[in-house]
Design a protein around this ligand. Sequence first.
Ligand code: NAP
Length: 468
Amino acid sequence: MNSYGLWIQGAETAGESVRTVHVPFDGAPFAAVAEAGPAQTQAAIDAATAAAPTMRDLSRAQRSAILRQARQLLLDAKEEFAVIIASESGKPLREARLEVDRGAATLLFSAEEANRLAGEEVPMDAAAHGAGKMALVIREPLGVIAAITPFNFPLNLSLHKIGPALAGGNAVVHKPASATPVSALRLARLFAEAGLPPGALNVIPGPGGRVGDLLVGHPAIAMVTFTGSADVGLALRAKAGLQRMTLELGSNSAVIVAADADLEDAARRCAAGAFANSGQVCISVQRILVAEPIAAAFEDALRDAAAQLPIGHPLDESTAVSSLISPAEADRVAAWVAEAGGAAVRSGRATIAPIVLRGVPDTARVFADEVFGPVVSANSFRTLDEAINRVNASVYGLQASIFTKDLATAFRAARRVHVGGFLINDVPQFRADQMPYGGVKRSGTGREGPRYALEEMTERKLICWNVS
Ligand code: NAP
């Protein structure tokens, strides 16, 4: 079992307490990790504040080079990171390897955006009294950014905050999820090796209510970028005051399967999109609306695809479904399924076999709330507009999709469904790391993807001069 201290001012530091991180599948101890208290949290903020001017003064080329070097080091350590992700989060190893590849892509996109970061000229003489003036908008770093991240993509979702923040010349204080802090602590060491100045990235695991709470509203922190549940995100927003805030929250992603869809392809993609990481993905396929004439055949194909997913230990190469993050989460998911008239097949400590429900009321929690487990519900619809309205009835709006061969149907749905991203002939669970990504309604505010995150992580400043 490896031990990790906090990472403050470019060095390992003792915390206020120590937490044992377990493999969720079987509870085996995996790592001993220091957790911060108020003193260490303040030390991390002080280190970032001191490093912010150094980061601001690095050239675009220097920031880009550090991010490129970090990408290379991550690829060199791919297997080590994949094992860490799989062990602490319970994500099957083959998905964990994909997460490392995606993390490397996020770093590359961040490095490219560091070089592209630029403002614009303002056409001052477009206003009568602007004649004889010239003006530029430049993009400046905000200073210190706090990143708070969830357990389900402990590497790549951290990089979606750290990469653009550093590209924009900011310093970072990162609080990872308590269940999965090891990826972030290992990442901090990797950035140090890549040449990042001490203090530019500080990683302080610790309970959300203890550490995260101190970061939100802190006067030295210019922005909080949060990914996690809607309840926590909304509570943080209420506390943040004028602090800038990005909220990447949950969802209950919907798919419409039209009568002319390629049924086998849609069912195969929906099974993969519903059960990857045991459904613990913010864009997991959760609600499927299927045209009535093909509903029964689609459901059979979906069940067949689900039944073929091997269940097992996350480090077993053949595993496709492992476990939920904790027994308490497995209990919650099983209770929601029972409420909807289904039954969860459980094994081990926190494993639930993939569940396909049919015809549950749209008001059942497995349909209306975010289930965040290996559960998908298929309900039939009669008209496209009815399906669109039922998709939009959700309080969430992260991504959604449609399967159809008809372009007019596809674009009618794309225009009318109220979400941050809409996919045609694929599942909403698709994300490439350069995409603008984020939600509407209870799914949050702001967009990630390095180019878009950088818009939020820099301040526009006007410089106007009189040339007359
Ligand atoms: P969570 O319970 O909301 O926790 C997220 C982070 O917030 C953790 O680091 C947590 O720390 C911290 N936190 C908890 N209470 C806090 C407080 N009072 N003040 C400050 N920080 C606090 O979410 P999760 O269970 O880890 O992740 C699952 C959720 O994340 C789902 O809803 C999922 O949809 C969402 N998610 C969204 C996206 C997206 O991009 N939209 C991506 C992935 C996941 P502790 O771990 O110490 O509690």
